[in-house]
Design a protein. Sequence first.
Length: 257
Amino acid sequence: MTTTILVTGGTGRLGRALVPRLADAGHEVRVLTRREREPAAWTWATGDLRTGRGLAEAVDGAAVIIHLATTNGRGDIAATRNLVEAASAAGRPHLVYVSIVGIENVALGYYRAKAACERLVEESGLPWTILRTTQFHDLITAICDVQRRLPVTMMPAKVSFQPIDVTEVAERLVAIAALPAAARVPDLGGPQVRDAAELARSYLRAIGRRRPVWSVRLPVKAIRDYRAGHHLTPERAVGRITFEEYLSRTVHARNTR
């Protein structure tokens, strides 16, 4: 059955994995964008979550809205409020929001913003579904990538991550979009809980660099919350793609460009 689906943040890390899968599933897909783009297998809907410009037209006729867009907390609350108001004025689309495991227990401003966005979705009066996931594999590589010119790679001591592949999150969202609203659905966690330094060593091996990895103890409240494992969901380790498998795929892609 063909469904009209609007995706915000469709050009981001998760969005790039999700949008083609929705189109392949036979849906009519719109992707919100702030500027005109080249034609694609989906429709570009021009609008701005920050100002509300173009949102009424973007949401019009959409049966499902998948809200991925984020500014790492800076404008997320206002953007989500604008989207909820436009969606409510358009009817009763199913609003799907992607969030992060443990946001109520980790002292990060970004997590507090995500929690506030969750509340806006829950109180919107719309049919809604919230999916929380653990950190993406890409986040771990980004932490290592920014240190690539340093003689050592530093990672927080006694901190573990449970990274998940964006393709698996995208697959779950395709399934959610085809179902009725379900409120808070079970969390989606990566297949393994891994020490941060161990993940960094895997990254260095994959890119062929030899350098030490230092575990650094950081006296920051958010890091203490990470050490306590509040961002993990080992009982929901349902992902299949390991960090090493992700690295093998991405390093191969880089080398064949």
